[in-house]
Design a protein. Structure first.
Ligand SMILES: Nc1nc2c(c(=O)[nH]1)N[C@H]1C(S)=C(S)[C@@H](COP(=O)(O)O)O[C@H]1N2
Ligand SMILES: [Mo]
Length: 337
């Protein structure tokens, strides 16, 4: 049955071409101008400016890229050095093939139902071991004038992967502004919960609200990121609007969506999937091809956006060993999965 399914548009090989071209252009712009503001890339096609960039016209498009963002709803952001050689996952797949169980367990449910969630205005409750606690508007948590892009690999524990151009800010700076104390050894996150707006939460699939956590040194690592956008525009609700975590060296479920609470705690916090199946999902959840899930291998992954048989080898820490391996020196990563 699986093989007779009509392929989704993004499952065709040619679907890779446009995002790949944009990705190369982005790098050329950055190489030419350093960390210039690359503005106004909206949706999959990109802005006229950027989509028409070619190797021969790099100089002129660098100038164009310095223009302020057009009044398109797109975000203004700077490029950074965080990228990967793999092609970007087409935006239709990034926004149409999702895990956001609050809206249903099928991959197409979040795109169909997440619009029912109200995300504006948005506030985040900050509590626990920190100098500044209380309820903060999203704009006071995330500095929207300091957004940057990060192209990260996302590896779901279900053995599929994507490459996504996120827009956001490093998590470390966000956490530091709350002045965590020495007792803050972990940071815990909680997802918004409204049973009327999130139809999936009317069923006891997980113990709602969805919760996640990191050890403080993991949270302070340069790779840990708070995203408010992707593909140059604000986050679609199904991807965790208006603000979600992105922890690229860990399985996707650590990257908690639609965050409404940040807690600085002294004990390792509970996490949604660990509570549901502790044998299958640990607290650390670092991508590790050597630790099989009890029900399937983690050695390879299906590359979403390629054809159905497009697989790649899964890398330790999802390919981010250089940045994060030191966090786990001396730890048994099979036991501490
Ligand atoms: N609140 C919440 N956050 C969540 C999930 C979820 O079900 N609820 N799913 C996780 C899983 S399993 C993955 S793989 C990623 C998927 O992110 P994406 O849909 O933006 O690709 O979100 C993670 N964050
Ligand atoms: Mo996942």
């Amino acid at each position: 049955m699986f093989f007779y399914r009509k392929p989704k548009p993004w499952q065709g090989r040619e679907a890779d071409v446009t995002p790949r071209a944009l990705y190369i252009n982005r790098r050329q712009i950055m190489a030419a101008g350093g960390a210039v503001a690359v503005t106004g890339l909206v949706g999959c096609g990109g802005s006229e400016t950027e989509a028409s960039t070619s190797a021969e016209s790099t100089a002129s498009s660098t100038a164009a890229a310095r223009q302020p963002a057009p009044p398109s709803g797109g975000l203004q952001y700077a490029g950074t050095g965080y990228s990967v050689p793999d092609p970007l996952t087409p935006i239709d797949a990034v926004t149409g093939y999702n895990n956001f169980y609050e809206f249903g367990v099928d991959k197409s449910d979040p795109a169909r139902h997440a619009h029912e969630m109200s995300v504006d205005p948005w506030s985040i409750e900050v509590d626990g071991h920190a100098g500044r606690t209380g309820r903060f508007a999203l704009e006071d948590v995330v500095d929207f004038s300091a957004l940057e892009e990060r192209i990260y690999r996302l590896r779901c524990v279900e053995a599929w992967s994507m490459v996504i151009p996120w827009i956001g800010v490093p998590l470390a700076g966000v956490l530091q502004q709350f002045e965590p104390t020495a007792d803050a050894r972990y940071v815990a996150f909680e997802t918004y919960l409204d049973r009327r707006e999130m139809r999936g939460t009317r069923f006891p699939v997980l113990d709602w609200p969805y919760v996640e956590g990191l050890r403080m040194d993991e949270a302070m690592n340069e790779l840990a990121f708070l995203a408010v956008g992707l593909y140059g525009d604000v986050l679609p609700n199904q991807n965790g609007a208006p603000v979600r975590l992105v922890v690229p060296w860990k399985y996707g479920y650590k990257s908690i969506k639609s965050i409404t609470r940040i807690s600085f705690v002294s004990q390792q916090p509970e996490t949604a999937w660990n509570k549901a199946a502790p044998n299958e999902y640990g607290f650390y959840s670092n991508v590790n091809p050597n630790r099989a899930h009890p029900r399937w291998s983690q050695q390879t992954e299906r590359v979403i956006g390629g054809n159905l048989f497009n697989r790649r080898e899964t890398e330790m820490f999802n390919g981010y060993s250089e940045q994060v391996a030191h966090l786990y020196a001396g730890m048994d990563l099979i036991e501490n999965h």
